[in-house]
Ligand binder design. Structure first.
Ligand SMILES: C[S@@+](CC[C@H](N)C(=O)[O-])C[C@H]1O[C@@H](n2cnc3c(N)ncnc32)[C@H](O)[C@@H]1O
Length: 517
């Protein structure tokens, strides 16, 4: 067995930020599912398998109160993340080029952790490597500590198992693995293999290949081990490490889910084992992916304790998402009664509030805390409402990281996300917005610069487009090179102020700097 233990290392992993791994977000998820979260005053954190490292970089930058560790056995990943960490001077992040086995065996001196997170790991490794992770959790998680783990869920992935085997068959040995793999799958579809006719989810995956990054596809499918899990099996393994299921890191998945039909609800209410009930929900929604939270020692929150925690949970409206009565949650479209959902939307679009203030708002007099939590879960799940646990941390480290990420975006290394002190984590940004913000954020007053320095801003973004090899697209069509300057000017004029306002709202830009405040 090589150091990769069946893991495909032929291409570096894509860059991604996953907010479900943020301590401030996880604490909000826990408290809003009535489980006591750890204190965020000072904490330790470990990410297993950090890939390009963007999640750990952003979390360390937005949580200067935390001591972060992250490991990945791929030296290329460690090199890339280390260079960003050092340039941004993030002294609270230790990057380790170690395997999970090394850590489980205690080969590296580590503290005990309050949070251990794994995104995109356990469905892509061998049973032996997963056992090393379980040993690591047993050894290094504090009592009261939190584990977030995401994985492919069997109920929604069972149809896809034969497709993954087919892709591995097509990939064979040697180079061009994804090309050979996907060609075989497409050929089988074109030759009307009955598997794809009888298994539409499997067919849908093949049809979607063209829209996805090849590096992602290699890491998703081309592993000797590609293992979807039943939730109950993961819960049982976690129980052996003294970990209890505390709920979901996805607001749409939190129980009681909003989309259950009355008869489905009645059936689930009769199921006394919460693990069994959760597994049944996977069947109702045909879930193919899960992001679960486990805790070592599950302390439920009484009404009184929930009220205490509610003072730490901050909520505010996302100005980019308008109110819609009908919303989609998982597989279902939900038509909301506007009696409470709309007042909640209006309230939170007026100002940031704590959950305690929402509990006491006259709009919801007569509703129980659980009924209010249910309204909020839907609103957060559809992106209308943003949430953060605890106070906003000092912003210096986030500013430094954003400056590095923006400078790199101008060189063609777009990260896709920036650090948001207000969110206690990261938020997405498109490649063009990143280049525009890179030009704007060096200005003493970005709003004034929109009028005063427009030629300079346009010239800078034009240079970035050339450096990155990206072509400007407007309305789905590529802009001819001779029109780029004029179009960029229009984009700055039409959306520059909005971009600045959005960046201030998320904390990408410091509000003190601009006349827009
Ligand atoms: C699918 S990627 C996910 C990366 C990151 N969590 C993300 O979602 O962007 C899995 C990562 O785990 C790392 N990895 C796999 N097996 C490992 C092991 N046994 N020890 C350490 N790292 C491992 C790989 O190098 C890779 O970067």
């Amino acid at each position: 067995m090589t150091w990769t233990a069946g893991y495909n290392n032929s291409v570096a992993y894509t860059t991604g930020y996953y907010h479900e791994q943020s301590p401030t977000f996880l604490n909000a998820c826990l408290a809003m599912q009535r489980v006591s979260p750890p204190s965020l005053e000072k904490f330790t954190y470990c990410e297993l398998g950090f890939g390009q490292g963007l999640t750990s970089l952003i979390l360390a930058a937005t949580h200067p109160n935390g001591n972060f560790y992250a490991c990945d056995f791929n030296p290329l990943h460690v090199l890339g993340a280390t260079s960003i960490r050092d340039e941004a001077r993030l002294s609270n992040l230790t990057l380790l080029e170690n395997s999970f086995g090394d850590l489980a065996e205690g080969k590296v001196e580590l503290p005990l952790f309050d949070y251990i997170t794994l995104h995109g790991i356990i469905s892509w490794i061998s049973d032996e490597t997963r056992a090393q992770i379980m040993r690591f959790l047993t050894r290094y998680l504090k009592p009261g500590g939190v584990v977030q783990v995401s994985y492919n869920a069997m109920v929604g992935c069972a149809q896809v198992l034969p497709l993954q085997r087919l892709l591995m068959l097509g990939a064979g040995e040697g180079g061009d693995a994804w090309k050979k793999a996907s060609e075989l799958a497409r050929k089988m579809v074109n030759l009307e293999a009955l598997h794809f006719k009888r298994n539409p989810d499997s067919l849908g995956r093949v049809e979607g290949f063209g829209n996805l990054d090849e590096r992602y596809l290699v890491h998703e499918y081309l592993h000797e081990k590609w293992t979807p899990f039943y939730f109950a099996d993961i819960a049982r393994e976690m129980a052996e490490a003294k970990l209890s299921f505390a709920g979901s890191a996805r607001f749409a998945h939190m129980s009681p889910v909003a989309w259950l039909a009355d008869e489905q609800r009645q059936m689930l209410e009769a199921v006394t084992d919460p693990i069994e009930a959760e597994e049944l929900r996977d069947y109702f929604a045909n879930r193919g992916f899960r992001s679960d939270i486990f805790v070592r020692g599950k302390a439920p929150l009484s009404d009184l304790r929930l009220r205490e925690q509610a003072g730490h949970i901050h909520l505010w409206g996302n100005s980019a998402v308008p109110y819609k009565t009908a919303v989609t949650l998982e597989h279902a479209t939900l038509t909301r009664s506007d009696a409470f959902h709309k007042p909640l939307f209006d309230l939170l679009h007026g100002a940031e509030m704590t959950l305690a203030q929402v509990f006491d708002a006259p709009e919801f007099a007569g509703l129980t805390p659980d009924a209010i939590l249910k309204l909020l879960r839907v609103s957060i799940a559809v992106g209308e409402t943003m949430v953060r646990y605890g106070a906003v941390q000092p912003r210096e480290t986030a500013d430094r990281l954003n400056a590095v990420l923006l400078a790199r975006a101008e060189q063609g290394e777009a990260s896709g996300a920036l650090a948001s002190p207000r969110l206690g984590g990261g938020a997405g940004i498109s490649a063009l917005d990143g280049m525009m913000l890179a030009a704007l954020h060096t200005k003493a007053d970005p709003v004034k610069a929109l009028a005063r320095d427009i030629d300079e801003l346009v010239a800078r973004v034009s240079r970035s487009l050339v450096a990155t090899g990206l072509r400007l697209q407007v309305g789905g069509a590529e802009v001819p090179p001779e029109e780029t300057t004029m179009r960029l000017r229009h984009i700055f004029e039409d959306s520059g102020k909005k971009l600045i306002a959005h960046s201030i709202e998320l904390g990408f830009l410091n509000a003190q700097k601009t006349s827009a405040r």
